[in-house]
Write a protein that binds this ligand. Structure first.
Ligand SMILES: NC(=O)c1ccc[n+]([C@@H]2O[C@H](COP(=O)([O-])OP(=O)(O)OC[C@H]3O[C@@H](n4cnc5c(N)ncnc54)[C@H](OP(=O)(O)O)[C@@H]3O)[C@@H](O)[C@H]2O)c1
Length: 294
């Protein structure tokens, strides 16, 4: 008798920008998706939610990243710890107890360039030990990753500077449009419309471990501004400043790491999915934005 696999039931924690994009992709695939309203740090409620919905896949998009930017976390340290450390650990551990695969959307801002790792040198792989704790946000992500990374039921996806075809306040495009001056350093980022379908494939296939959910080539803020000008804001202008000047107007420093994506690209190729080169993914995204009237 042929064995037919039951379709997955996805339970998503977090109901923000990235959760909404993942939910839309899952709904388009006609997969059952439930969005939880439970706080991730509440163990009893998380366990009861998991027992009630019996998901085969959990996706954690809950967390704080600060608005308008990560400086918020400097003034909200306890809220940051509760969501980004306690909540993440609790959710991963509850899933472990119940034998459920969980995908955690984490952050890649847990590295910074050094003399060896830089745009003209080596890129950080998943095997490099993360270390960057320059801001409270990065510190929370660093502690969380180091705490959960050995759970066998976990797929940990690191994203950085996410970009999608909208003007959500979390989108790098919106942030760049709102900043008075921009630094112009090459760094890695996540072009979500190309990467999130791959993330879902990894989850569906029960892949575990750490992956840099990052587009392959680094880019600069000026490259994004040029695309903004080319496709959606022809009269856009901007000014650059140096990293030292940027640090003077921020509460906490930022990192500009460059990542290796070989592991992600080859795993997704195995699963029949192509990670686009960054420039191609960005052009496609801005073409969509223009078509949608942004
Ligand atoms: N966007 C970025 O720049 C970026 C970059 C790297 C990584 N990430 C990570 O990716 C994840 C999703 O980002 P996003 O841009 O979608 O953020 P978002 O739009 O701010 O959404 C975050 C969601 O998490 C919920 N949340 C926060 N703490 C929670 C908790 N303890 N329990 C349950 N829900 C909680 C929020 O709900 P409430 O508003 O009700 O609290 C909100 O629905 C976050 O963890 C973020 O740190 C984001």
């Amino acid at each position: 008798m042929a064995v037919i696999d039951a379709p997955h039931v996805f339970l998503i924690f977090g109901n923000g920008w990235i959760a909404t994009q993942i939910k839309e992709l899952l709904l388009a695939k006609k997969v059952t998706v439930i969005t939880s309203q439970v706080r991730t740090e509440d163990r009893e409620q998380v366990l009861s939610e998991l027992s009630y919905h019996k998901p085969t896949r959990v996706i954690n998009c809950a967390g704080v990243r600060g608005l308008p930017n990560a400086d918020w976390c400097e003034d909200h340290k306890v809220e940051t710890v509760r969501s980004n450390i306690l909540g993440v650990l609790n959710l991963v551990d509850c899933c472990f107890e119940l034998g459920i695969h969980i995908t955690h959307v984490g952050s890649a801002c847990i590295y910074d360039n050094d003399p060896v790792h830089c745009p003209d040198g080596k890129a950080f792989t998943e095997d490099d030990e993360p270390f960057y704790a320059g801001s409270w946000y990065s510190r929370s992500r660093l502690i969380s990753e180091k705490t959960i990374r050995h759970y066998p039921n976990l797929l940990l996806l690191r994203i950085r500077a996410p970009i999608a075809a909208d003007l959500n306040p979390n989108n790098l495009i919106t942030k760049l449009l709102n900043y008075k001056k921009l630094v112009n350093l090459p760094a890695s980022g996540s072009v979500l419309p190309n990467l999130l379908p791959g993330a879902i494939l990894l989850a569906e296939n029960g892949v575990t471990g750490i992956y840099n959910l990052i587009s392959p080539q680094p880019f600069t803020n000026n490259e994004i501004m040029e695309l903004i000008k080319k496709y959606i804001r022809p009269s856009q202008s901007w000014e650059n400043f140096e990293l030292d000047d940027m640090h003077k107007v921020l509460k906490a420093p930022r990192c500009h790491p460059v990542f290796d994506t070989t592991k992600l690209v080859s795993k997704l190729k195995e699963l029949g999915y192509e990670v686009k080169d960054t420039h191609e993914a960005l052009e496609d995204l801005f073409i969509d934005m223009k078509a949608e009237g942004y």
